[in-house]
Design a protein around this ligand. Structure first.
Ligand SMILES: [Zn+2]
Length: 276
């Protein structure tokens, strides 16, 4: 049984200069595929359920699913709730078996964000659960624009919010379908000169693998959230294989069609940032 907290895996990653993949889960099949890949590689991962996943499957079911996979694994697996927008959402995650919750107060004022993140962190820490906060705003491809993290505000947020990991905005953008993001490494260095908290980059599908590896091995970025790269692998291969297999109609057979390709890409994603 290796149910881990975010704090467990990120403190080791920071100390040993690697990063851990925050893998965006949409359902049972991809979650199981990620856990099997981590087991094959002998490396830790973070399974994360974001708002899209939670809109489709209730949080208590996702909590049980993640815990089941983590308990069966010999590798550390973090059961993480991604982008909780309220205290209530975070509490539901904590009560459902998640070992880590992200409170996304990035749209609030600095003082409100600190206050709410702190409140959630206090509650979480009493139950040995980790909290990720966000400062600055990571925008969305073809959606809301980013607001870069101000290093001075980041220091204040890290010092006062009591969170265990801090998501920052430094050129990373959610939902990128190609690796064209231009990351402001100077801003990352400035932030880590002011605070030693492990850093998180959301929208890492937009960052090319060479840069991810470099950031993992040379900066305090200890968690890369990867969603679109994996969702695209699943969807593109599912479509292709359905065309090639017009006689398959069974849901379980259909949904298993792209899993080998998903496993191959997941393996590359994890190894690239975690194994040096
Ligand atoms: Zn995100």
């Amino acid at each position: 049984m290796t149910v881990a907290t975010l704090s467990d895996v990120l403190s080791k990653a920071k100390e040993n200069k690697y990063a851990v993949a925050g893998l965006v889960v949409l359902g049972w099949e991809d979650a199981r595929c990620y856990a099997e890949t981590a087991e094959d590689l002998g490396l830790p991962i973070i399974l994360q359920a974001g708002p899209g996943c939670r809109a489709n499957t209730p949080v208590p079911i996702l909590g049980k699913m993640f815990r089941y996979l983590a308990e069966k694994s010999s590798q550390p697996i973090v059961c993480h709730l991604d982008h909780g927008y309220s205290k209530e959402e975070c509490i539901e995650g904590m009560e459902s078996g998640f070992t880590s919750v992200m409170f996304d107060g990035s749209k609030l004022s600095l003082s409100e964000n600190i206050e709410k993140t702190h409140e959630i962190a206090e509650l979480a820490h009493k139950n040995n659960i980790s909290v990720e906060g966000e400062i600055g705003f990571v925008g969305y491809n073809e959606g809301a624009a980013s607001q870069s993290t101000d290093p001075i505000e980041a220091k204040e947020f890290a010092d006062k919010s009591n969170c265990d990991a801090m998501a920052i905005s430094a050129g990373n953008v959610h939902l990128q379908t190609n690796t064209s993001s231009s990351i402001d490494t100077d801003a990352i260095e400035k932030i880590q000169s002011l605070t030693s908290i492990p850093l998180v980059l959301h929208g890492s599908s937009g960052i090319d693998h060479t840069l991810r590896r470099k950031l993992a091995s040379t900066t305090n970025v200890c968690k890369f959230n990867i969603g679109t790269e994996l969702r695209k692998t699943f969807g593109d291969n599912l479509r292709k294989k359905m065309d090639q297999n017009p006689n398959i109609y069974d849901r379980i057979q259909l949904i298993n069609l792209p899993l080998q390709e998903l496993k191959t890409v997941t393996k590359t994603v994890i190894e690239n940032i975690t194994k040096f």
